[in-house]
Ligand binder design. Structure first.
Ligand code: ADP
Ligand code: MG
Length: 251
C-alpha cells in the first residue's frame, strides 16, 4: 500500500535536509504508529506525503499501491485516496460544515469516476456517520472548525475521514495536547476506519494514544530516519525507558 524508499527531503527555501534516508512500508489493513522525539521530522514527513511545496524530495521515492506519487500535487494525491489529518485544522468561515462535506465527497467521487451523490443520499450518509461519532447535528450547520472546541475539531476531522473513504490515512497528533476525551474520539474514529483495504499511519508522541489504537507496527523516527521498528511492545518500551537507549543503539 504505502512504501517509502530511501527518502531524502529538504526545506525548499534554505535547503536544510530534514528527511535523511527514510524507509517505511505500511501494508493495507495495517495501522502503523510513528513515534520520535521533538524535531525528528514526524510532521515534515506528513507534509511531504501530502505533497506540500515547501519541501523538496532530493532522493528516493514514495509509492502508493506500487505507483510513485512524487509528481502528483496535493489535490491529485487526495484524489488517489490520501487523507491527512493535521495538528491544526483549518477554519473555513462562511462555509457550513455540511456544505464543505458535500463538495469534498463529490469531488472525491468525481476523481474516482463515480456519480455525484443526490442530496437525500448525502444526508443519509452524513447523518449515519455523525451519529456514530456522537456529533451533534447543530455542529454541521456551523462553519467548519470556526469556534469549534478541540474535541469538536477532532470529531469533524474524523467525520471527514470516514466520509471520504481514503485508502491511506495519516494522522499527525504530535504535541497537540489532546485531552483524554479528544484522544478517545480519535482512537474510536481510527478503530472504526480500520479496514483490509486501508492503511493508517498514526504519528504520536503519546504512548497513551496507543492504548486505545493498538498499532500493528511501531516505528521510531530520529533525525529523519526510522531507527527502529517493532511491534506494539516497542511503544511500551519507549514509555518505560524513553528514547535515549534506542538512539544510543542506533548511533
Ligand atoms: N519549514 C521549515 N523551516 C525551518 N525548519 C523546519 C521547517 N520544517 C521543519 N523544520 C525543522 O525540521 C525539524 C523537524 O521538524 P518536525 O517535522 O516538525 O519535527 P516533529 O514533528 O518530529 O517534532 C525541526 O528541527 C524543525 O525545526
Ligand atoms: Mg510535529
Amino acid at each position: 500500500m504505502l512504501e517509502i524508499r530511501n527518502l531524502h527531503a529538504r526545506i525548499a527555501e534554505d535547503g536544510t535536509e530534514i528527511i535523511r534516508g527514510l524507509n517505511l512500508t505500511v501494508k493495507a489493513g495495517e495501522v502503523a504508529a510513528i513515534m520520535g522525539p521533538n524535531g525528528s521530522g514526524k510532521s515534515t514527513l506528513s507534509y511531504i506525503l501530502a505533497g506540500r511545496e515547501d519541501y523538496e524530495v532530493t532522493e528516493g521515492d514514495i509509492l502508493l499501491d506500487g505507483e510513485s506519487i512524487l509528481d502528483l500535487d496535493p489535490a491529485e494525491r487526495a484524489a488517489k485516496g490520501v487523507f491527512l489529518a493535521f495538528q491544526y485544522p483549518v477554519e473555513i468561515p462562511g462555509v457550513a460544515t455540511m456544505q464543505f462535506l458535500k463538495v469534498a465527497m463529490n469531488e472525491q467521487r468525481k476523481a474516482r469516476g463515480e456519480d455525484e451523490l443526490t442530496t437525500p443520499d448525502f444526508m443519509k450518509r452524513v447523518k449515519a456517520a455523525a451519529n456514530e461519532l456522537k456529533i451533534n447535528p447543530d455542529m454541521l450547520r456551523r462553519p467548519l472548525n470556526v469556534g469549534f472546541s478541540g474535541g469538536e475539531k477532532k470529531r469533524a476531522e474524523i467525520l471527514q475521514m470516514s466520509l471520504l473513504e481514503p485508502s491511506l490515512c495519516v494522522l499527525d497528533e504530535t504535541d497537540s495536547g489532546l485531552d483524554i476525551d479528544a484522544l478517545k474520539i480519535v482512537a474510536d474514529g481510527v478503530n472504526a476506519l480500520r479496514s483490509p483495504d486501508r492503511a493508517i499511519v498514526v504519528i504520536t508522541h503519546y504512548q497513551r494514544l496507543l492504548d486505545y489504537i493498538v498499532p500493528d507496527s511501531v516505528h521510531v523516527l530520529y533525525k529523519g530516519q526510522i531507527i527502529k521498528s517493532g511491534s506494539k511492545e516497542l511503544a511500551r518500551e519507549l514509555e518505560a525507558n524513553g528514547y535515549a537507549e534506542i538512539i544510543g543503539q542506533a548511533a
